[in-house]
Design a protein. Sequence first.
Length: 269
Amino acid sequence: MKFYFMHLMPYADLDLSYDEKHNSAWVTLPNTYYDPKKAISSITATWTSSNMPTRLGFDGICVNEHHSNAYGLMPIPGVMAGALARRTKNVKIAILGRALPLLNNPLTVAEEFAMVDNITGGRLIAGMVRGIGAEYHSWGVNPAFSHERFQEAHDLILQAWTQAGPSVFEGKHYNFEYVNVWPRVYQDNPHPPIWIPSQGSTETIEWAAHPDRKYTYLQTFASVSTVARYMKMYKDVAAGYGYEATEDQARLVAAALCGGDRRDRPPGS
């Protein structure tokens, strides 16, 4: 069993009376509630908390991506991952994960992850997600194309990491005449490990468990019965493909530490 520490870096100085005027801390909460001078304490607390896992023997530290909210101040998790990379020596740095369908140019993720992988000397875990509904509102992206944009962006990133460049990529949503990412990934056998977090999606499980991928699927915090159902689903899908899933392929995100209170969650959560 392995343990990873996760910190969402919420805005700790949020005036909790915001809910008297606003129905959510996501998407529509005015950014005038954010005070950069006070936010320094939130960022400092993140560094302090993130040093703790290395002392306690955690296997890795996780960061993630959220937009337009007070719940998590890491819209570009690669920035935090890069900073953590210089403050740690042995633990894995897991970016859980970049919301690929939101991007007009997924090669930015290929480059960002490759840089972190080089800085850490191969300690990167590359997380890829479709993203929750609130993110699509923040970025003005049509969620109807979420699945196909995610899968096509994934294919583009994998091509950038595993094929000698420059190469050509032609898809429905993304087209590049020159796929030629510098720097190349440090972990090139064949690429950094890829984890797929999800709140529970049959399509995502079937895609992650496919023999061409066999990616680690992460079930986010849920009831015991829900976790058991999706873990079993992954193993059943793998068996249907003719192989036995390992423990490393199906994992649980038990909690996101320092994640704020209930009112900081998106509408409908």
